[in-house]
Structures are given as structure tokens and as C-alpha cells.
Design a protein around this ligand. Structure first.
Ligand code: GTP
Ligand code: MG
Length: 286
């Protein structure tokens, strides 16, 4: 299996980020709380390295609460400013603006000394579909930026002024040009950062089922009313779920593609519960 996606517009976006980083005061990087390691694009470290940075772990409403706490401590212990948030529930949203001003404190103090009245410019970056535009809309209090439940919704830059002397730059999501590790690519596929059309869905969902079997077995067996799943492979689990759901093609065979789509949709719509796909302890093995 090989998941790869780097269309031409991503190279264009990289240039856009490189040009605009020069004129911003700080960068807010948005991650998906379900994959706080895999949703980091290592390229951002090169592009935005010289600017103060705040990390937002978005979509906390979908992630395992205990794991989110662990990830927040992990980043804090590594000296990174981080806030867990949810655009859906509103959790943590009020803390974002103060955290941004804390980040650029030196600059605003200098402005104040010199009597300069200049707004602070922030660039929002992140891989596709993590909620960059939604965070901006939350902060501005209206639908100023286009959002959507698929990767690649924002296609160019857009400056949005929010109340407190802050201007935010929305940017398109970009993935690294190459996935060094297919495990990372897989998690991006589950969470919707990579277009579904390019994936071998039965295979990737079988692997998701193995992860759930090992880490969230109760969620899995409750959802599909399964028993004794510990020794089943992901593919066997897929077949079992297909049978339970009556996903059959003519001739009585299980419709694996349809079943895989059901499971993926259940995962993405929280029907399997709040799930975090990676642990702070795993990342050394990545
Ligand atoms: N459950 C949940 N969904 C969210 C949250 N934030 C954003 N979303 C959803 O995630 C999807 C993607 O949001 P966008 O804001 O368009 O993501 P983006 O990062 O701007 O994506 P691109 O512009 O394609 O790179 C939308 O369906 C949002 O409604 C959140 O905190 N929780
Ligand atoms: Mg967007």
C-alpha cells in the first residue's frame, strides 16, 4: 500500500507561506487532536522557524480526553506553547487571543513605547482539513472564511481582521511532499486530511480496525455488536461487520468497499466514540 498526495498547488502554497511569513508577527499552527504527532507537517518547522509559534490542538471534541491531556503536557514539556480547543463545542476558544498576545508581548510592548498603533499579524498554518478556516471564523464571530468537510477547501490566502487589533491570514493546507512513514499517511487518511479517492479503502480500514481492536475494543464491539474480537485480523473484522450490517453484493459475498466506507464514516462522525490515534509514547518508534 502506498498513500501519496502532493499536487502542484501544494508547492505553490509552500511559496505562499514562505513569502508571507516575513510580514507576520507570529504563526498559529493547527493540529488535529486525534493525531497530534502525524498532523504536524515537518516542513513548517523550516518555513516558520524564526517566528513565535502557538500550537492549537483542534477537534478536541473528537479526541480521547485523557490522551489530549497527555499530549498537551508533552508539548509543554518540550517548551511549545499549546492550547487544546474545539471549534464545535467552543472549548478553549476564549483562550486563543490572550495566548496569541502573550506570544507577541515583546512586540506589542515596543509598539506601545513608541506610540505605534499597529495591528498584530498572524499566519494560520496546518495540514488540510484540520480546521484552520473554522478557527478563524470562530475568532471573528462569523463565516468570513470558507470551510468544508474535505481537504483542499481553502485554495488561496485571505486576510481576516478580528476585533482586538489582530489580523489573521488563512492559508491552504499542505502535506509534506513525501511521507517518510506510511503510518503517518494512514492516520492522515483516517482523519480526512488526504482525499478519500486516492485510497485503497478496504485496506486502510482493515488497519484502522486492528488499531481499534487493540486500543478501543469496547467501542468497536459495542458499535457493531461483536464478541471475541481479540484474535481476528482487521480484514476478518471488516467481513464480520459487513455481514452484521447486511452489506452484500449479488451472490451473497460481503461488499467490502461499502463496509469500509461505513466504518470510516462511523469513525469520522464519532459513532465509534472519541478516539485518539496516537500516544506520546509511540512517537519515538515512528
Ligand atoms: N468536530 C469538529 N469538527 C471541526 C472542528 N473544527 C473544524 N471542524 C470541521 O472540520 C472540517 C474542516 O474545517 P476547515 O476549517 O474547512 O479546515 P481547513 O483546515 O481550513 O481545511 P483546508 O482549507 O481544506 O486546508 C469542517 O467540516 C469543519 O466543520 C472541531 O473543533 N470539531
Ligand atoms: Mg481552509
Amino acid at each position: 500500500m502506498n498513500i501519496q498526495w502532493y499536487p502542484g498547488h501544494m508547492a505553490k502554497t509552500r511559496r505562499l507561506l514562505e513569502e508571507n511569513v516575513k510580514i507576520v508577527d507570529a504563526v498559529v499552527e493547527i493540529l488535529d487532536a486525534r493525531i497530534p504527532y502525524s498532523s504536524r507537517n515537518p516542513n513548517f518547522d523550516d518555513i516558520v522557524s524564526k517566528k513565535p509559534r502557538l500550537i492549537l490542538l483542534n477537534k478536541c471534541d473528537m479526541a480521547d480526553e485523557k490522551m489530549t491531556d497527555k499530549w498537551v503536557s508533552f508539548y509543554k514539556n518540550n517548551g511549545v506553547s499549546v492550547l487544546p480547543i474545539s471549534c464545535l463545542s467552543g472549548f478553549g476558544i476564549k483562550q486563543i487571543t490572550p495566548a496569541i498576545f502573550e506570544l507577541v508581548k515583546d512586540k506589542t510592548e515596543k509598539y506601545a513605547e513608541k506610540g505605534i498603533n499597529k495591528s498584530i499579524k498572524i499566519m494560520i498554518v496546518g495540514i488540510p482539513n484540520v480546521g484552520k478556516s473554522t478557527v478563524i471564523n470562530r475568532l471573528v464571530g462569523k463565516a468570513a472564511a470558507k470551510t468544508g468537510d474535505r481537504p483542499g477547501v481553502t485554495t488561496s490566502k485571505q486576510w481576516i481582521r478580528i476585533k482586538d487589533g489582530l489580523e489573521l491570514l488563512d492559508t491552504p493546507g499542505i502535506l509534506p511532499p513525501k511521507f517518510e512513514d506510511q503510518k503517518v499517511a494512514l492516520k492522515l487518511a483516517y482523519t480526512g486530511a488526504i482525499r478519500d479517492e486516492i485510497m485503497e479503502i478496504e485496506e486502510i480500514v482493515s488497519l484502522l480496525l486492528e488499531f481499534l481492536r487493540d486500543n478501543y475494543s469496547k467501542n468497536l464491539s459495542d458499535r457493531y455488536i461483536l464478541s471475541e474480537i481479540a484474535y481476528l485480523t482487521g480484514y476478518e473484522l471488516l467481513k464480520k461487520i459487513g455481514k452484521k450490517r447486511g452489506c452484500l453484493v449479488s451472490g451473497g459475498e460481503i461488499d467490502e468497499t461499502r463496509t469500509a466506507n461505513i466504518v470510516l464514516e462511523d469513525f469520522r462522525s464519532l459513532k465509534l466514540g472519541r478516539i485518539t490515534l496516537e500516544n506520546t509514547e509511540d512517537i519515538n518508534e515512528q
